[in-house]
Ligand binder design. Structure first.
Ligand code: G4P
Length: 520
């Protein structure tokens, strides 16, 4: 098969949601579709003490959550489906964001009883910024939730994206009857069990379906669909693929209901790997030479080996085990002999991979997040991965001052790897760590103890709003104090950690000449 044909088979996506919206349940269903697991309920059992196969590290076991993003893949018809898992816990980390740089589309799950929640919003913003196509699955229709129209309005208003309902629910909770599949022009009847009955629109008139069609909820939904057809937004695949419109599906991952229709429609519309931007222009996914970038580095996936694995998103050409590639940042050539595909906790050796695939390679402590690897003579870099402004800050010290050498080495390496961000207090020179979620601190502490043999102590600074200062101007240090803490980042840029919005506003009013920048 040619590289082009291989690329056109690939669909690589992530599922994003707020915790408890149903990501695990839906993922399980999709894995069932792909025959990867035999019965639903085996992916995770956070309450039963049975842990997910994707829970690698001890810390994950302790907390019963999935720290690291794993990759699942399966064949579906003649497609190769790659699902990148994003940690769904509230204290997610920068890895969650970075995973979004490695996918071609995203499925956003919204809990119909809750609407849009904080985490969905954060991840959604990153997708919007990057123009990633977003497909929405509104879950838990088997429970009493918000009205479908209200949910659509909420998505449009809060997320500022056009919606197009691909199907439309009839009733909800105990009165849930099924959905109008606008795309397939059929009514899908909910039978209260795993079986769905498909009734083409033209058959709805038949007497045998009168029991459903005569119900008030059915008639009301039919009117709503007619209204949507007439007055609603037009479906536009182009708008979907540019991230301007999101197709919305209703269903229940648990029942399960509407999952097959959702998946079939989604997978047929989801984009295959697209050309990607580099410093030397666009690179086509089917161009002959292999290239890719590292979006994640994970240490200690197997405590027995103490190894580091770099996750690469393949962007062009053909990856072959044992091939030599150049690390664009340094020009150094590496032979990729140990390549793995990470499927939950098992690692299978990968012999070849194409654009859209994710592979794990052994990292001889040479790679950094964002690095580009290329075959042949070309020289370019994939777009830099964005740095996400941290929200939580803590001062960190070594418990034992005698260990300051290991402490510094550990911090430097973990920061370079992208596990956490480092700042230095301008006045005291103390080390301040910044993260997007609490979890990053737990991982940091765990790894400092286990890999560098240093016990660390944190002193909480708390949630802060970081704002960078203009690098050209001289800083008047007397303007700053604990509530507006002056620090510098790894690159030596000055920034202020404001205690809250009030402190930020107050500062702006009193120092109108000082420019403040937000990164992202
Ligand atoms: P997450 O990965 O996004 O955190 O969510 P997860 O799938 O674990 O689902 C969170 C809870 O919501 C689970 O219940 C799950 O069974 C339930 N759920 C998921 N989809 C649906 C749905 O379509 N309808 C209904 N009614 N519930 C749904 P739990 O009691 O918290 O956990 P468990 O004991 O069932 O694992």
């Amino acid at each position: 098969m040619s590289i082009k044909e291989e690329v056109q088979k690939r669909k690589t996506f992530a599922i994003i949601s707020h915790p408890d919206a149903g990501k695990t349940t839906l993922t399980e269903r999709l894995l069932l579709v792909g025959n990867l697991i035999r019965t639903a309920g085996t992916v995770k059992g956070k309450k039963s003490g049975k842990f997910a196969t994707s829970d690698w590290m001890e810390i994950e076991k302790q907390r019963g959550i999935s720290v690291t993003s794993s990759v699942m893949n399966f064949q579906y018809n003649d497609l190769q489906v790659n699902i990148l898992d994003t940690p769904g816990h509230e204290d997610f980390s920068e890895d969650t964001y970075r995973t979004l740089t490695a996918v071609d589309s995203v499925v956003m799950i919204i809990d119909a009883t809750k609407g849009i929640e904080a985490q969905t919003l954060k991840l959604f913003k990153v997708c919007r910024m990057r123009g990633i196509p977003i497909f929405t699955f509104i879950n838990k229709l088997d429970r009493e939730g918000k009205e479908p129209l209200a949910l659509l309005e909420e998505i449009e208003e809060v997320l500022d994206i056009e919606t197009y309902p691909m199907n439309w629910p009839v009733g909800m909770g105990k009165r849930f009857l099924g959905i109008f599949d606008r795309h397939g022009k059929q009514f899908v009847k909910f039978n209260g069990n795993e079986e769905e009955t498909y009734i083409p629109y033209e058959d709805l008139e038949k007497d045998e379906h009168q029991e459903i069609t005569s119900q008030t909820a059915f008639e009301a939904a039919q009117d709503e669909v007619a209204l949507l057809d007439e007055a609603g937004d037009q479906f536009s695949l182009e708008a979907v693929l540019s991230g301007e419109q999101t197709p919305v599906f209703f269903g229940s991952a648990l029942a399960p209901f509407g999952v097959d229709i959702f998946f079939d429609t989604f997978i047929s519309m989801a984009p295959t790997p697209q050309p990607r931007k580099t410093t030397e222009g666009m690179v086509e996914p089917d161009s002959p030479e292999f290239s890719g970038f590292i979006f994640k580095i994970q240490a200690n996936m197997n405590p027995a080996h103490r190894d580091r694995i770099a996750f690469i998103r393949v962007c062009s050409g053909k990856f072959e085990r044992g091939m030599s590639v150049k690390l664009s940042r340094t020009g150094k050539v590496f032979k990729l002999s140990q390549s793995q595909q990470i499927v939950a906790s098992t690692r299978e050796t990968v012999d070849e991979a194409y654009a859209g695939d994710i592979i794990g390679i052994y990292d001889p402590n040479a790679y950094q997040i964002g690095d580009t690897l290329i075959e042949g003579r070309a020289q370019f870099n994939y777009d830099e991965l964005p740095q996400f402004p941290p929200e939580l800050f803590k001062k960190v010290t070594a418990k034992n001052v005698m260990k300051s050498k290991q402490f510094k080495k550990g911090i430097e390496q973990l920061v370079q790897e992208g596990a956490i961000q480092l700042f230095r207090d301008k006045r005291t020179e103390s080390y301040i760590l910044g993260a997007v979620g609490e979890l990053q601190y737990d991982v940091f502490k765990y790894r400092m103890e286990n890999e560098y043999n240093v016990d660390v102590m944190f002193d909480t600074i708390g949630e802060r709003i970081p704002r960078w200062l203009n690098s050209d101007e001289k800083v008047n240090e007397s303007l700053f104090d604990e509530r507006k803490l002056l620090v510098r980042d790894r690159d030596g840029n000055n920034l202020v950690l404001f205690q809250n919005q009030f402190a930020l506003n107050w500062f702006k009013e009193n120092n109108p000449k000082i420019e403040l920048f937000n990164r992202l």
